[in-house]
Design a protein around this ligand. Sequence first.
Ligand code: GAR
Length: 215
Amino acid sequence: MIRVRNPGRLNVGILASGRGSNFEAIADAIERGDLNAEIKLIISDKEDALVLKKGAKRKIPVLCVKPGDFSDAAVYERALIAAFRSAEAELVALAGYMRLIGDEFINAFPYCIVNIHPALLPSFRGLNAQRQALEAGVRFSGCTVHIVDRGMDTGPIILQAAVPVCGDDDEESLSNRILEEEHKIYWRALRLYCEGRLYVEEKKVLISEEKDRRK
Ligand code: GAR
């Protein structure tokens, strides 16, 4: 069993492609004093991503790194790694980042790349998770914060929150209900890192009390 991190202030890097509401929820938690962390850098692969504007407004360093400017995905990701390292980020939080992460990136931040996904994994991986849930006719869906591994939305699960799926839901109403929960659990998952309470055993995350109960 691996303890992921010792307690202490956490330097966070954000990687995002769009609107940035999850970034804002994390930044708000830091401002309120609920999360002992600092956002050192926000990177987006999209020039016009709202997250860059939102970050700059809060005086957080922002950077656009476009995959198309590099010869291949590995070279692109090396630029991301270098930028996060020089900003002294210890953990990279994917916040609406719509690309798979390669081996070199994963190895550069062992157990310290996390993602939020708008479904109760392992159901509905990949794109349009809310639409997948509606099409499957599930009664509950939700969101998941997990450690990123080599698969698509397959890594060890840290926290989840469930919401009901209502008969008259469309993609937008369900997405909004899920998003409210995303904003509650992402920073709480990061707080577990700050508290040094996360342990990984093969494919599973244990939070310290769960680990102690096993003794
Ligand atoms: C969120 O719903 C997040 O769960 C989803 O993108 C949205 C980003 O919103 N991520 C994925 O689907 C990743 N597979 P935001 O930019 O407002 O945080």
